[in-house]
Write a protein of this length. Structure first.
Length: 63
């Protein structure tokens, strides 16, 4: 016969797995990772002064 504490432990484990799955699904639904990565990787042209030309190689000028 299975003890009551083991049954509760199994119920808690299943509940934690389900809650983590629901939380990760909601976070992916509310904050999609593709849009965030595009915003982070996209350089803002107004913040940088890129040197054009083959000999500079994209050096950022300091103001």
């Amino acid at each position: 016969m299975v003890a009551v504490s083991e049954i509760l432990m199994i119920i808690y484990a299943v509940a934690i797995i389900v809650l983590v799955g629901i939380f990760s699904f909601l976070m992916d639904f509310l904050y999609p990772s593709k849009i965030v990565l595009e915003k982070v990787n996209k350089p803002h042209k107004e913040n940088y002064d890129w040197v054009s030309g083959n000999d500079h190689g994209g050096v950022i000028l300091d103001d």
